[in-house]
Design a protein around this ligand. Sequence first.
Ligand code: GLU
Length: 323
Amino acid sequence: MTRYAPSPTGFMHIGGLYQALVAKKMANQTDGVFFVRIEDTDQKREIENGVTDIINSLKNYGIEPDEGMQDEENSVGEYGPYKQSMRKEIYQAYAKDLLAKGLAYPCFCTPEDLEQIRSNQEKAKERTGYFGKWTKCRNMPLEMAYDKIKNGESYIIRLKSPGNPDKKIKHKDAIKGSVDMPENDQDIVIIKSDGLPTYHFAHAIDDHLMGTNLVIRGDEWLPSVPLHLQLFYVLGFKTPKYAHIAPLMKTEDGGKRKLSKRKDPEAAVSFYKEEGIPKQSVKEYLMNIANSNFEMWRKQNPEKALEEFVFDLKKMGVSRSAF
Ligand code: GLU
């Protein structure tokens, strides 16, 4: 069971199509399910018809989701809603449970408080963030917090992180291999002041409830793995396997840089249609980037359908892929 979990914040990026293609291929190859979940907890960044645009782009390339959103409002599948803004009460129920167990707490810090903490940390040449001895609200007596809430003070909910950064977690990534990272000790925000969850909290709950056992996503999330494993742990969930995909890189002036939404027209999926490039060619090209042995397979099997190629996550580029 795997998924593609985009935020509807702009045009469909070729890197998104690449991730979805890989996820769909993995699901097909293992008799699994591929679903699409919309991660729209940052509502300021949302664009109109963003969901419909994503779904239509996927379908247009034959990357049909088995479950998930179909357009802005409707979905198919048994584990919905598949749009995070429609699941607010679910996240809040889990946050409440963590609060009751002392694994989370309300935080009343203002932007000025946070600035003060940061400046103290910088003066002390310490790591910055909201953790351990630097926190103001972590050990606030419950009655005091309760009074503040009753008085209408604005608050967020933070994780009471049980981590110790002197210890290492051993992460085995399906693409990157073994990666050791320090445990997380940041008391990250799990519920924001608007009542919506952060991505970190929401993805753990959704991937658990939706039965995801393989998370395929961009490697900008690799540094968050210690936090994510910790969230699964405090929530009492079994952790899924993670596969972190390296970004598509473009060569420019002899150097390499990430394919950019702003600078590169070829970053938009719509570009290929405008240029008259057949969909099948785009898919073949992406598969060739995903697994370099695809080229040889294609030469030996010119008549075969792309679906017959046996794709292997372990053969994906670890650090970058030349586009
Ligand atoms: N919404 C996240 C993104 O667009 C998804 C990360 C994930 O797949 O878990 O980057």
